[in-house]
Design a binder for this molecule. Sequence first.
Ligand code: HSE
Length: 425
Amino acid sequence: MKKIGVAILGLGVVGGGTYKILTEHREFYRTTQGVDLEVVCVLEREKSRIESLGIPKELVAKNIFEIVSNPDVNVVVESIGGITEAKGYVIDALNAGKTVVTSNKELFCKYSHELERDARRMNVGLYFEASCVGGVPIIRTLLDGVQSNKIYSIEGIINGTTNYILTRMTKDGMSYEDALAEAKRLGYAEADPTADVEGFDAAYKLSILSSLAFHTKVPFANVFREGISKLTREDIDNGRGLGYVLKLLAVGKETERGVEVRVHPTFVKSTHPLAGVDGSFNAVYLTGDSVGEVMLYGRGAGELPTGSAIVSDIIYASTHDGNRYSTFKNTEDADKDVKFVTDFESAYYLRLTVTDKVGALSKITALFAKNNISIVELMQKSLDAERATVVLVTHSTHEEAVKNAVSRIDASDVARVESVIRVLS
Ligand code: HSE
């Protein structure tokens, strides 16, 4: 039987889950896949992690060189995260002729051009299913399942931490601060939650997914990004009254205007399939020219779901001849022929504080009309003796037109724009 030696770098949540699955399912894979996957070494500084997984001492390597020079190692799993150590270790492994499986979205998003160049040169595999949406097999779906399609769009809830926070704010009336504190307590959010709540994590994933979906390099720098840290319960409640649910949505599209990639809070109609994706769950909804709409739903993080993606990659690498690389020119920057749309089209929700006096509303609506923005719904409620809150939703319009209207309203003597949230049309 074919024997594959696996080394795991980093035994945190993801590496630990990978170790558990590999050891607990070893016999199952021997029977079902005809391959014997054996963890032959690990790299981890924290003794407690090694002990809690019950890993024999002799499997613990002193450094990366012990691992990459070990002829029994065929596949190196990188589950360290970040760039500092991980990048050098992955490059060392590839250049030593080892296939690499990584869960590192930031590394893959920023450096896949370098890593893939080394993998091609050494004729080894480079797999990254676990880098995007944890246990949800979206990479394999794009590479295999829907490869016959021209993909028009990907819309996804691809960050569990923010989805958990928004769900608690929406369903249980929690404030952003309380929901974030709870997410930290439950281990969904990191001590420093910036990468999740400011949309970096989702933007790394969207850069990778869009590159695969649209067969062109979509660098992280081209992804428009806005996080959830400034959202208020008031807007969530107003949106709910209008039949919307607020989500941090990642949107990638390819249209005649070019490639459009953005991560931002978005109101989704409560009847849309993504509206029901709650808590730490993730989902990706894609549209292809032949298949139509496909939605994948599942756990985007966690030791066993992410470990599931890693071990599936190890099995794929072990049971397929040849290696699979990008179906696009994987360079550092985007191809210069590709246009990125920044003045994207969307419907918008706006909340304004308006001075409650004669003609105020007509001044505001005139400013929208001047920018060719058509209003679908408008509600006003009194705030105090002198001011009112106005909430409105526009028809589909252009980002630039909305920015322009907002700056004109803010400069007027009748109103201030408190929030602007895009609405999935
Ligand atoms: N922090 C991520 C999330 C999981 O909350 O979805 C790893 O990408």
